[in-house]
Design a protein around this ligand. Sequence first.
Ligand SMILES: *Cc1c(COP(=O)(O)O)cnc(C)c1O
Ligand code: SF4
Length: 308
Amino acid sequence: DPEADPVAMQYVPQLKELDQAAEELIDPIGDDAHSPVKGIVHRYPDRVLLQPVQVCAVYCRYCFRREKVGQHGQILNDNELEAALDYIRGNENIWEVILTGGDPFVLSPRQLTGLLQKLCAIDHVKIIRFHTRVPVADPARITLKLAEILKQAQELGKAIYVVIHINHARELGDDVHAALNMLKHAGCVILSQSVLLRGVNDNVEALENLFRTLIQIGIKPYYLHHLDYAPGTSHFRVSIEAGQELMRALQGRISGICLPTYMLDIPGGYGKIPLTPCYIDDDGAGGYKVQNYKREVFSYPPKGVEQP
Ligand SMILES: *Cc1c(COP(=O)(O)O)cnc(C)c1O
Ligand code: SF4
């Protein structure tokens, strides 16, 4: 359905992309401001992004790195990768390495083996996290060979987390499910991240269905991202108020394990900001007004009850 297909809408270019709003930016989350060496973004003390490749299996029209990914087949060369790894080796605060890009799972098994062996040799790195769309966009790339590589990294003492990018339950076909099962059987913990997109998933039913479907196959929804200000993406934008309203509608309606955190990344590289709706307010008399999932308001501590 070219008018309203929630999967096609994510990938098929639209003329509306030519409308660029003044607040839209080439580098909407300030990656460049926090890049000490090529291929590394270091914003938080204990974790870095490592971007070995700027290629994806598929290009999302609303991508926050759309000015970077897929431009000219970029992959870090041997010297650049060594310099990036040296940065990690030399900084003992780095507890977690997040492989992103682009998409790290477009690397060949041989390239991934080499990279993981080097990361596994760094003592202070305990967690290796992949951010990927490959299991959803090209599940055939998740092979037994890849599963074996990920298993080996765990045998070398590292925990492996795979965070898949998925925005609609319709993206979760049998082949995707099978690919995810392979990763799970290889011992990876699988989480998901989604982007809140107008016309794709900006209604309670679509989000409920997506999060329930993920939890049913053992994947924990991690983040629901507010759309970044990438150029030509305003037709996908949902307001923060509408996003918070959707989170409120989901709270209580679906199991707590289904609920991701609604998250904003601001320009300039200052970090992520949770947009969780607020359920508590000062009552002006030393206590609080709190709201439950049915939007009933209560005093807390309860009025009239003696406090010790
Ligand atoms: C998003 C991001 C992370 C990961 O943040 P989490 O909240 O741990 O998922 C780490 N580094 C950078 C630069 C990021 O943009
Ligand atoms: S998979 Fe991620 S990095 Fe690649 S185009 Fe989509 S949003 Fe951008």
